[in-house]
Write a protein that binds this ligand. Structure first.
Ligand code: SAM
Length: 185
């Protein structure tokens, strides 16, 4: 993801956190793009957390990273107690109901040092067929999952106390966007 790599190169974070890190591939990619950084992955699914641990070991990154098997909304303990310069929230926000998203974003923002940044990746509700079908699929799951449109997402980020930049599509016209949102100093 070019925008993420550029953000890492520009901001040169010392500590990064990947919230909902899944198999750990993006945490590994972040640590490879920011060789001076240490990282933490937070993952609520213990099996995915174990897979992330294996990914880091296989990529030779285990000494610079730690996986916390927990819900990011729980207390910030252990490696989550120290502030981060950059948080990644990739393909996670639609796992919580719409009414809980500002609270989730506040919890993620609270992991950041003043001046730190949240890098968010998500599919947004848009007319494209991929977006519409993905939204239908999410709505068929338990847990009130659904896509939000880009304007709603920006409002949620602002309500969580962050300063979002305009969303950037991953490819021209694509409904998958990245948004960089900074925590004010
Ligand atoms: C679609 S996967 C995305 C994985 C990875 N970020 C990526 O983009 O490839 C979403 C992950 O977020 C995790 N997740 C959802 N809600 C979470 C929460 N509240 N705290 C921690 N992890 C969470 C899920 O268990 C799942 O592994």
């Amino acid at each position: 993801m070019d925008h993420l790599v550029r953000t890492l190169e520009e901001r040169r974070p010392r500590r990064v956190v990947d919230v909902g890190c899944g198999s750990g591939l993006q945490l590994a990619a972040m640590l490879e793009a920011a060789p001076g950084a240490e990282g933490v992955g937070v993952e609520v699914d213990p099996e995915a957390a174990a897979l992330a641990q294996r990914t880091l070991a296989e990529r030779g990154l285990a000494d610079r990273a730690e996986i916390v098997a927990a819900d990011v909304r729980a207390d910030r303990v252990g490696p989550l107690a120290q502030p981060f310069d950059l948080a990644l929230l990739a393909n996670v926000i639609y796992y919580v109901p719409m009414r809980d998203r500002v609270a989730l974003l506040r919890d993620v923002a609270a992991l950041l040092a003043p001046g730190g940044a949240l890098f968010l990746v998500t599919t947004v509700a848009a007319p494209q067929i991929f977006s519409r079908h993905f939204d239908l699929l999410l709505r068929a799951q338990e847990g009130e999952m659904e896509l939000s449109d880009a304007d709603t997402l920006l409002t949620q980020l602002a309500d969580a106390g962050l300063h979002p930049e305009p969303p950037r599509p991953l490819a021209p016209g694509a409904p998958v966007v990245t948004v960089l949102a900074t925590r004010p100093d």
